[in-house]
Design a protein around this ligand. Structure first.
Ligand code: WT7
Length: 646
């Protein structure tokens, strides 16, 4: 099959911030002279105290450390709000669209500034100060952005927990971050149903004695319990606080937020991002990758509970003075035309969504899309997982009418923002490729032994130098930060992703090479799901692997060994799925549970996941070498059992 290339059109090129030569020139400069490049580019944000030191970074054990602009001072909320007031105080900052299509709200920069100041004062009145941790467990409502910004205004560290996580997962994150205040809502809404957020907080807090106050935003008006002395209504406090609050000058390396993400082992890690580098990175990538022009409407469909919602729903857009759409709902409610309805309603120019949503909508046919004009759309973005060429083509042809370039953006919670992506005016597109590195990014492809592979090749993706948006540590466990990312290939940041580079120097991310699975663009650690399963009384052992899934990209396939005397039947299968949902959240629900009398292990007791992955994929013709197994017959019974189930 000959490779498809979609060249940059001349109209897109001439309107864009950079063309191919511009990209090449800036990229080369960013590698040759990072100091000069970032000294200049960091000025796209306002500094209260300018920095003199640009970069102090090393990925080597002897002098390991990552710091950027370290003697500068700034405030994130002032960059996202105050500095826009004069020129665009009356421009809409946030366009909120409710789950219910009749509910919406437009919030100007001036309006948002006032709300953020009041929220900051509310937090202060609850004892929150510089460095305090505040957990935000909120639906996709303006208050989520307001409280993120309010934390940054007073130097508190926010820790947003996705509203789909269970009370247990929430409790773990509150405990690990030692938060003293939780901000939540009575309930959230999702496809017409209600999500019991406050009730979940109540359950979580039974295990979190460190939490002193819970601030509750009224959203649905549903009945909830309020605990005297601890729980406070937002609307009760609102009238009593001042509507201005001076932004706290923060050091560039002061913590900005913690966001928990799953790894290949252990509990989710608290990824810590800091103030200066993160803001520079989210601002510059938003400007170039989305080629943002003043006045345009940008819509990132991600939830603020994920890093995409942090960088491209809140910080990147607002730092650039953009209008950002916040959508509470889902793509298929009230019907499969919802996305395009919202695009037309708000004249969205740039849409940034995930392959899983694109595939789910593609399956419903083109008519849902074609009922709407979509004439405002100029650029489309994809994030979270590899986009298969078929979905890419549908997005390009049907959604974008072959007018809109697609930026397939590769990055991670750890990277703070986009690292590999086309720039609309500069990069010819290849469906399925994230294409080329952003300014300052130096990817390498290495083999399992760490040997650097040149030219067209395939292997593991590493990055050999730092960039301003890089995470700085794992909250409370700096050693884990170093161990997780810098020891597999000493002196290099290991992404955990496999990658191919073609003869044109384009990068094609092939997916995780560690024990992390990507379900609908959400990262799940297999170890976490296994530990949830084995905490059930009837389960002796569990092994979880990813399997191909048409819509979700990857599904969750769990092999479960029961305690002696237990029988694996349909009822228990359902019970275990419910159990995992309850322990972690609906996103961790196993798609398949296979009861296994035994798991394939080496003689030293290590589970051979390679074999389990093959069986889950149905690829039993190529199980590879099973001779090192302690009991090779285990594999035969797993294969037989799978065949029976079809
Ligand atoms: C993992 C990071 C990026 C923010 C949302 C997910 C996969 C992400 C792409 C892409 C192929 C991608 C990688 C990465 N991934 N974007 N455009 N093409 N794979 O952040 O939860 O930290 O997950 O998502 O495997 O390592 P995350």
């Amino acid at each position: 099959m000959s490779e498809i290339v979609v060249p940059v059109s001349s109209s897109v090129r001439s309107a864009a911030h950079v063309d191919a030569e511009g990209y090449q020139r800036l990229y080369e400069e960013s590698i040759r002279d990072p100091e000069g490049f970032w000294r200049r580019e960091a000025r796209r944000i306002d500094w209260i105290e300018p920095f003199s030191i640009v970069k102090k970074t090393s990925f080597h054990e002897a002098d390991f450390g990552v710091s950027w602009f370290e003697d500068g001072q700034l405030n994130v909320s002032a960059n996202c709000l105050d500095r826009h007031l004069e020129a665009r105080g009356d421009q809409v900052a946030i366009l909120w669209e409710g789950d219910d299509p009749t509910e919406s709200e437009a919030i100007t920069y001036r309006d948002l500034h006032g709300r953020v100041c009041r929220a900051a004062n509310m937090l202060k009145s609850m004892g929150v100060h510089r460095g305090s941790r505040v957990v935000l467990y909120l639906p996709m409502i303006p208050a989520a952005a307001v409280f993120m910004l309010a934390c940054t205004r007073i130097g508190a560290i926010h820790c947003v927990v996705f509203g789909g996580f269970s009370p247990d997962s929430l409790a773990g994150r509150i405990q690990d971050s030692n938060a003293t205040v939780v901000v939540t809502a009575d309930e959230g809404r999702r496809s017409g149903r209600k999500v019991p957020l406050k009730a979940n907080v109540d359950e979580a807090l039974l295990r979190c004695p460190g939490v002193e106050k819970v601030l509750v935003v009224r959203h649905t008006g549903g009945a909830i319990a309020m605990q005297g002395g601890r729980d406070v209504w937002y609307h009760d406090l609102e009238a009593s606080v001042a509507s201005d609050c001076a932004p706290e000058p923060m050091g560039a390396e002061d913590p900005l937020f913690i966001l928990y993400t799953s790894g290949s082992t252990g509990k989710p890690k608290g990824v810590l991002h800091t103030t200066g580098g993160y803001l520079v990175w989210s601002a510059i990538t938003f400007h170039y990758v989305f080629d943002y022009k003043p006045g345009e409407v940008f819509w990132c469909t991600a939830d603020v509970g994920w890093v995409t919602g942090h960088s491209y729903l809140v910080y990147g857009p607002l730092a650039n003075g953009a209008t950002t759409v916040m959508f509470e709902g889902v793509p298929n409610y009230p019907d499969f035309g919802r996305f395009w309805n919202v695009v037309d309603k708000y004249k969205v120019n740039i849409l940034y969504t995930a392959p899983t949503a694109i595939r789910a909508l593609m399956r419903e046919g083109d008519d849902w899309v074609k009922q709407y004009s979509r004439a405002s759309l100029r650029l489309l973005g994809s994030v979270g997982e590899p986009i298969n060429p078929e979905a890419w083509q549908w997005y390009y042809k049907v959604v974008g009418g072959e007018r809109c370039p697609i930026v397939d953006t590769w990055w991670q919670t750890e990277t703070g923002g986009i690292l590999i992506s086309p720039l609309p005016g500069a990069t010819d597109l290849k469906p399925g490729s994230a294409t080329r590195p952003f300014f300052g990014i130096q990817p390498q492809i290495v083999d399992a032994n760490g040997a650097v592979l040149d030219g067209a090749t395939e292997g593991n993706l590493v990055l050999i130098d730092s960039w301003p948006g890089q995470m700085r540590t794992v909250w409370g466990d700096h050693e884990r930060f170093f161990q997780t990312y810098f020891t597999t290939y000493p002196g290099k940041y290991f992404t955990g992703d496999g990658c191919r580079r073609d003869a044109d120097g384009y990068y094609w991310i092939t997916g995780r090479v560690d024990d992390v699975i990507n379900v609908s663009g959400h990262r799940m650690g297999t170890a976490e799901i296994e530990s949830a399963l084995v905490s059930h009384v009837k389960v002796a052992e569990a092994a979880v692997v990813g399997m191909p899934h048409d819509i979700k990209g990857q599904g969750i396939y769990a092999y479960v060994t029961l305690n002696a005397g237990e029988t694996g039947d349909e009822g228990l299968r359902k019970e275990l799925v419910q159990w995992v949902r309850h322990e972690i959240g609906p996103i961790a629900s196993p798609d398949v549970i296979q009861f296994a009398p035994g798991l394939p292990k080496t003689r030293s007791g290590k589970i051979m996941r390679r074999i389990l992955r093959k069986i889950a994929e149905g690829d039993i013709g190529s199980l590879g070498d099973t001779s090192t197994l302690a009991d090779p017959t285990v594999v035969d019974s797993l294969v037989a059992e799978r065949a029976v189930r079809g």
